[in-house]
Structures are given as structure tokens and as C-alpha cells.
Design a protein around this ligand. Sequence first.
Ligand SMILES: [Zn+2]
Length: 233
Amino acid sequence: MIRTALSDFVTLIFPQVCLACEESLARGEDHICTGCRAQFPYTDYHKLPPSENPLARKFWGKLPVRYSLSYLRFLRRGRVQHLLHQLKYQGQRDIGRVLGRWYGAELADHGLATDFDLIVPVPLHPRKLAKRGYNQSDTFAEGLSLSLEVPWSAATLQRTEYTTSQTQKNRAERWQNVAEVFEVAKPADVADKRILLVDDVLTTGATLEACAAALLAAGCREVSIATIACAEN
Ligand SMILES: [Zn+2]
């Protein structure tokens, strides 16, 4: 009772707002309001056969990917973009964990929890990590790990070279630019494992392709991918 009164008092002084729409949160709401949760553009790709999954098509003819999953569709200027901006640039690292928990619970309900042995986030370059203080993909991996009850490891993949701005390059150049910078620290850690590779957002898929290629080259059994959001084209 006292605790509730205290938390109401704190909320009065420091109103908690939804990190997607900026409206005030009601008691019991966790970072994101019920209205946003109801209206998010969920992909539901885990419910589609691979032949109908637009994300799976991005990897056809390039790499074998078992499951191509994304929680949300990335829509410019929408709530999802706002949410990702908060996660990446406004220090709101908890968003990744919250979304990871929710998505992981849904994937587990769909029977996917037993299809992964290890969750591996796409690493940030150490310099970027030092500047930001955290890797947004780590927080998503952590949330997924809690709900799926599958371990995660930030030490598995390493980024070895700093990638310069990607915006001035075409697709082939971008691929080359990131293709050489990921490596598996200890191949024994991934040997014969079914890896769930995770990132915050997928646009071209080049970064995930490069990471998956490194994991497969190091001897993992198979790679699946999951992102918080992905662009549809
Ligand atoms: Zn909201």
C-alpha cells in the first residue's frame, strides 16, 4: 500500500511516458502503453511458411537461414522508428529487454524455444560501444533469452574493423564493407550449435548476412535471425 502510494507520488513528479507515443503510462504499463502494444505493426513472420515470408526471401540464394524473424515492421516517422531511436540514441536500453521478453514469449508459445541453442547479438565496434555505453542488440538478446530460456553471449561475435558511414555506398560495396569485419572469437563456442542471431533493425540485411556467414564458417549447425524491426522492401 505504502509502496503503491510512493510509486504514484514518484509518477506524479516524474511522469512516466510511453516510449513509443509519449503519452502518460497507466499503472502496470511497462515502458510502452497498451494502446501502442495493440496497434504495433507486428510481422507475425513466425506464423508464415518460409515461401511466404518476405524476410526469408532476402536471404535466398545467399545463405541458408532457418527462421527469418522480426517482431515489428519498420515504418518511417512512425512509433516503431521513435521507439528504435529511443533505444539507440536516448539511452533507453530497457526497451530492447522489454521487446525481447514479449517477442520471446510469443515465439515460445509458437514452439520455437527448443529450436535454438545460443542467442548471439550483432556486435557494435568497441569504439561505438564505449561511446554509447551499451549495445542495443545485447538488450534485445537478453530479453529473448529470458523468455526463450536459451543462453545468450555477447562475446561470440567480434567486430574487427571500424565501418565508415554506409550511406554513400551501393549494396555491393556495403556488403564488402561489412563482410570482413565480423569474426567468431572461439569457433568451439558455436560448433554444431543452432544459433539465433539478433539485431535491432534490418534494412538491407547486409550486416546480418556477414555475421551469419562468419558463424557458418566457424562451424555452427544452422543460423536463424531475429530483429526488433525490419523494412519490408
Ligand atoms: Zn504508447
